[in-house]
Design a binder for this molecule. Structure first.
Ligand code: P6P
Length: 345
């Protein structure tokens, strides 16, 4: 009687093994552990994946449903008009974590103060910081968007409810990543052991591993910036843009959703930048739940992220919604922008 293994088609084996490499299994494999900390991180990532599936499902049917798209008429703590999807996605993260027993707080772009898990719910020792929908301007025009997340461990007791322990540098992050709602829904994450791509298989309802230990090219042809702000920048940025305009081999791409632009940069190389402007010298992007998680990922992939003078992961915020200028991407391309900022050429 032939051994079962001798009759199995290896290609089927590989496909089956890949389909079984779910996010939670991958996290445990990464940590080579089944201890409580590993199980917590695995469960945290699973909850994030559930949030991503719920948001992706809403986006995929938004045009067919009442009252999903458009503005709420409110303005958030950032002074930005709020989209209905911003609120929905914010609530999704709260709902999937509230009873998880994994977190004590959720800090979001959409909430002035962190949401503290109520006393009647199991309290965990992690904090989730997130931008529920990054790129809201794309919600009503069916373009790609994302969610950005960062996981930190609570330090101290936070008795005053001011979450001051979150005001530390980005190297304190335990995990970070994003969900990209594009032609396919992808979850990209790192727990400090490389960057890994998962793609949602709607027929399974699972995020399946599609690429491991992704490395960003040292250089790419694309520079990604909103040139509509050209005359609002310091001269050094304008000089950099003149350089890429006149130098063969560069091209511009800018989607309006940073997660999309960062994903392209991670895969193809290049640089994304959102400089400070005359009105907003600190720039538009938030540090704790936009720039720091993306900087964590890009550094894990062999790239760089800087304010222009300081590495993003070394910046210590003074307040939860602090903004920062951001230059992020391939080592050589980030260095080129820094050279114009620091030396004018
Ligand atoms: P602008 C979206 O609001 C966001 O935070 C990023 O996703 C995006 O890169 C940027 O702002 C777009 O801002 O000023 O170019 O429209």
């Amino acid at each position: 009687m032939a051994q079962v293994s001798e009759t199995l088609d290896l290609s089927t084996d590989k496909a089956l093994d890949r389909d079984c490499t779910t996010l939670s299994r991958h996290v445990l494999q990464q940590l080579h552990s089944f201890g409580p900390d590993a199980q917590d991180l695995s469960a945290l990532m699973n909850r994030i994946a559930l949030a991503g599936k719920l948001i992706a499902r809403r986006f995929s049917r938004a045009g067919l449903m009442e009252d999903v798209l458009g503005f709420t008429g409110e303005v958030n703590v950032q002074g930005e008009s709020v989209k209905k999807m911003d609120i929905y996605a914010n609530e999704v993260f709260i709902s999937v974590f509230k009873q998880s027993g994994l977190v004590c707080r959720l800090a979001s772009e959409e909430m002035e103060k962190p949401y503290y898990i109520p006393e009647n719910c199991p309290i965990g020792r992690y904090t989730l910081l997130y931008d529920p929908i990054d790129g809201s301007s794309n919600t009503d025009i069916n373009l790609s968007l994302g969610s950005i997340f960062s996981i930190r461990q609570q330090e101290g007791t936070d008795l005053d409810g001011e979450a001051k322990d979150l005001l530390t540098n980005g190297r304190k992050q335990l995990a970070a990543g994003y969900i990209l709602y594009g032609p396919s829904t992808m979850l990209v994450y790192s727990i400090g052991k490389g960057v890994h791509f998962f793609t949602l298989d709607p027929s399974l309802g699972e995020f399946i591993l599609t690429e491991e230990n992704v490395k960003i090219p040292d250089h790419g042809a694309v520079y990604s910036v909103n040139e509509g702000n050209f005359w609002q920048w310091d001269e050094q940025y304008r000089e950099y843009i003149r350089y890429v305009h006149r130098t063969e081999g560069y091209t511009a791409r800018y989607s309006g959703a940073m997660v999309s632009d960062i994903h392209r940069t991670l895969v193809q190389g290049g640089v994304f930048l959102y400089p400070g402007t005359l009105q907003k010298p600190e720039g538009k992007l938030r540090l704790l739940y936009e720039s720091a998680p993306l900087a964590f990922l890009i550094e894990q992939a062999g790239g760089r992220a800087t304010t222009g003078t300081v590495d993003i992961l070394d910046v210590v915020p003074k307040q939860l919604h602090q903004r920062t200028p951001l230059i992020i991407g391939s080592k050589q391309d980030v260095a080129k922008v820094e050279s114009f900022i620091q030396n004018g050429h």
